[in-house]
Write a protein that binds this ligand. Structure first.
Ligand code: PMP
Length: 408
């Protein structure tokens, strides 16, 4: 490589892997960079509400661990994770109907985003068929895409994933289906019990593992809790790999989550995680266990749910008042997102460009689609980090822009 080459604007001076070369920076990220400006009312972010972070409890837990057990906490640890925390996970799973999970079926990971990466490494070859909801979580699509799958979209309707859409042709040879049964990101929809049962039954018949990603399940502020796919899957012999996270129940900066799966899958994932980062931070695992072991979440979660419920209410109320009648949106029972379907002729990207000029941002629906024609008239609104006043202001502006588009 000559120095003139290295400085030429048209020549790439490094030879990246083909995999890396295929990653393109997303237009949406470029557009949304502006949302960091303080004057922007951003419904685009996926951040949890920082006012719900239990700073004092976490701080005290770190201090106790360091003073009582500092040398262990600062040492390397097993790839599988800190045993008491894994044991805690097995007990906690009873709440979602999985009663017989043992510690060897639990792997602690550095956030459930890492779980998605490890599972991509485990299951996906270039061209492997991967089933996803349409739309689905963008971060999962980004993780899986590094391994170059062929996405096949499973049909969804206003109640979420349609199990009957898992036709023989669709499921044949699929490496897994990635599903988000509670307050889905991006739609906010929850899969009802009947569909959950139909989904695990169909996947058991077709021998397709299900990845159940459930970071929001504990943030239910309306309706009744439903059993998770893991417990339901056991009843019919389905393979369910469940992903849990402490990001929304405690704080995302901890980077702590877990995978629950049959032992044969966990032991392969352990090998892969070892190569990836040896193990998740020992200190963090010990401190989080210290914080939650005595039932802290039973007190903490209701407070977090109240924040989310209130915020969701502000947004739904404002939408009811300011959005035109031909726009439709979901009414989540938990989580952080509302999904809006605009009249068909409205392109949400164009709407975003106009909205940003008026200092309002959201995420257009298009990037959440893989393996299916995107619905360009959709958008995701996140309601947890914006104040009531700014929610009203932002929704009023959006409502006006949508109505103007409808007339023009
Ligand atoms: N899955 C879903 C559906 C998410 O929304 C998120 C966070 N936005 C993650 C996984 C990743 O969460 P974490 O890595 O913080 O556990």
């Amino acid at each position: 490589m000559t120095s003139s080459n290295a400085h030429s604007p048209n020549t790439q001076p490094y030879t990246f892997s083909q995999r890396a070369q295929k990653i393109t920076s997303s237009t949406i990220r470029e557009i949304l960079k502006v949302t960091e400006r303080p004057e922007i009312i951003s419904f685009a972010g996926g951040l949890p509400a920082a006012k719900g972070f239990p700073v004092d409890t976490i701080s005290a837990a770190f201090e106790r661990v360091l003073s009582r057990n500092g040398r262990t906490a600062l040492q390397y640890g097993p790839t599988e994770g800190y045993a008491p925390l894994r044991e805690w996970v097995t007990q906690d799973l009873k709440r979602v109907g999985a009663t017989d999970v043992n510690i060897n079926q639990v792997l602690i990971v550095s956030g459930s985003q890492q779980a998605l990466d490890l599972l991509g490494k485990l299951f996906i070859d270039p061209g492997s068929k991967v089933l996803v909801e349409a739309p689905s979580y963008l971060g999962a699509l980004q993780s899986f895409s590094l391994f170059e799958p062929d996405y096949v979209a499973v049909p969804t309707d206003e109640h979420g994933l349609v199990p009957e859409g898992l036709t023989d042709e669709r499921v044949a040879g699929a490496r897994f289906i990635y599903a988000l049964p509670n307050f889905q990101n991006p739609t906010g929809l929850t899969l009802n019990l009947e569909r959950r049962k139909a989904l695990v039954k169909r996947c058991a018949q077709a021998n397709v593992p299900i990845i159940e990603d459930d970071p929001y399940g504990d943030l239910r502020y309306a309706g009744e809790a439903l059993p998770g796919l893991l417990g339901l899957g056991r009843e019919v012999g389905a393979t369910v790999i469940r992903l849990g996270s402490f990001s929304k129940v405690l704080a995302p900066g901890l980077r702590l989550g877990y995978i629950v799966a049959p032992e044969a899958i966990i032991s392969k994932l352990v090998q892969i995680k070892q190569a990836t980062d040896l193990h998740t931070a020992t200190l963090t695992q010990m401190a989080v266990y210290e914080a939650i072991q005595d039932g802290f979440l039973n007190f903490h979660l209701p407070a977090v749910r109240d924040i989310y419920k209130e915020q969701c209410g502000y947004m739904l109320e404002a939408m009811q008042q300011f959005f035109p009648a031909d726009a439709h949106w979901t009414r989540p029972e938990g989580g952080m997102f509302i999904w809006v379907t605009l009249p068909e002729h409205i392109n949400a990207y164009e709407l975003l460009e106009r909205a940003i000029k008026q200092n309002v941002a959201f995420v257009p629906g298009e990037p959440f689609y893989a393996g299916a024609e995107p619905k360009r008239n959709t958008m995701r609104l996140s309601f947890v980090t914006v104040s009531e006043e700014r929610i009203r202001e932002g929704i009023e502006i959006l409502g006006r822009l949508i109505a103007e588009t409808a007339i023009s």
